[in-house]
Unconditional design. Structure first.
Length: 45
């Protein structure tokens, strides 16, 4: 159900990206800071 809901959310915009942090808990910035760094870097391009 969660995956289906996320796919529906992606359809709401033509300019969006979904990133999966499979190795993290609720605190992605603590558990997988590299994902956050990459996302911010991509946003700033």
């Amino acid at each position: 159900l969660r995956e289906e809901m996320h796919k529906e959310l992606l359809k709401l915009s033509t300019n969006c990206t979904q990133l999966l942090a499979n190795q993290s808990s609720h605190f992605v910035w603590i558990d997988e800071p590299e994902i956050i760094r990459q996302a911010v870097q991509k946003l700033m391009q």
